[in-house]
Design a protein around this ligand. Sequence first.
Ligand code: 4AD
Ligand code: MG
Length: 427
Amino acid sequence: MDQAKDYVGKEISIGAWVTNKRSSGKIAFLQLRDGTNFFQGIVLKNEVGEELFDTAKSLTQETSIIVKGIVQEDTRSKLGYELLITGIEVVGESHDYPITPKEHGTDFLMDHRHLWLRSSKQHAIMKIRNEIIRATYEFFNKEGFMKVDPPILTGSAPEGTTELFHTKYFDEEAYLSQSGQLYMEAAAMAFGKVFSFGPTFRAEKSKTRRHLIEFWMIEPEMAFMHQEQSLEVQEKYVAYLVQSVLDNCDLFLDTLERDKELLKKYTQLPYDRISYDDAVALLIENGFDDIVWGDDFGSPHETFIANQSDKPVFILNYPKAIKPFYMKEHPERTDVVLCADMIAPEGYGEIIGGSEREVDYDRLSQQIEKFGLSTEDYSWYLDLRKYGSVPHSGFGLGLERMVTWISGTEHIRESIPFPRLLNRIYP
Ligand code: 4AD
Ligand code: MG
C-alpha cells in the first residue's frame, strides 16, 4: 500500500495480514497490514454477496490473506487510502494470537518479540530505523566516504578490556568487536574518508534503557582532519538523519505520536559546544554535589547539560584518565584529550563518541603500555604512526541510540529487531 497513490480507482491484489476487524449487519471493516503499511479494507455485503461477507466476518487476528480490491482515497485515515474489497483468499489461518489489543506487560511482549514486531508501533520504529540506515549510506556517499568493513572477530580492544566477549579462535584467544575504529584508522590511511557500519558487542553489565549488549555502530574515520572539523561532520550527519526521517517517515512519526516541531529544531546547525570543565562547573553551580572534576558523567548530569539547549550538545575535552588510550592529548594541557560526546536532547543521552587520534609513535606506545595492553598486539596499529602518519579524527554513532531518540521511544530494546540484553537472548 506504499504505492496506493498510483492505483486510485484501480483494482489491486496484495498479500496482507488481518490485524483487527469490526462489522455490523451490512458492512465489515478489516484492519490490514501488508508489510509496508497499516490500512483499512471495507467489505459491503450488498456488493460482494453473502459468502465473501461471511468469510470477511470470520477472519481472526493475524490470518494471512490475498485480498483483492479497489484503491480509494480516504481522508479520515492517516495513510489516506483504503481498499474496497472485492475478493479474499485465506492463505494461513491464525488462532489464539497471543498479542491482543489489550495491554500486555513488557516481559510478555519481549518473550513474543518475533510476533510483537508486527504491532503498529514496533512497525513504525523499525521503519524509522530503516530510514536512518538508508540516509546514513546516502549521506556518506554524498560526502565522498568509502565504506570499509572492519573484522568482527578481533584481537584488539580499543574501548578497554572489561566489556569484551571472549571467544576461541582455534588455539588463540579472540573477542567479538567492541569497535572497528582501529581498523578504520588503517583504512583512512589507505582511502582518506571511510565509514563502517556493523554489529558491535559489549559485555556491559548495565541494565539501563540506553544499553544493549549487541548494537550497530557507524564509525567514520577521516585522514587529514582535526577534531574541530570532525564535529562539523557529526552535526551535519545527525541533522541529515533527522531531516530524512521528517521527510520520509511522516506517517510513522504520527503513529508514534512524536513531536515533529521538536525534531525540526534538531535540523538547525550548529549544535552548541561546552567544555567538560565548564560542564562540571555548571553542574556544581546547579546543586549537583555528586560530581567532581575527573568523574565521568551519569545520565542525570548529561540530561541537565543537554537541557541547556534545544538541540544536541557536544561536551568537549574530557579528562584523559577516563577516556581510551588512542585519544590525542590537548595541545595545551596534559590532563584532557581532544574528544567530544554528542548528547541528545530529551534525556536520551550520548549518541556519539569521537576524538582526534594520537599520531605520535612514542606517546601512543606509552599509552598502550599504561593501559595494560601489549605493544606486540598493537604493533600493526603503531605502524600507522611510522609510515606517513597524518592528523586524523573519527567518531562512532550508536544506531539504536539514534533510533530511540528520533522515534521518541522510552527504551532502547524496542529500537532493534531482536535485542540482546543482560539476561535476554530469546527469541
Ligand atoms: O563512545 P563509544 O564507546 O565510542 C567508540 O566505540 C569509539 N571507538 C567510536 C569512534 O570514535 N570510532 O561508542 C560510540 C557510540 C556511543 O556514543 C553510543 O551511541 C553507542 O556507540 N553505544 C551503545 N549503544 C547501545 N548500547 C551500548 N551498550 C552502547 N555503547 C555505546
Ligand atoms: Mg562513549
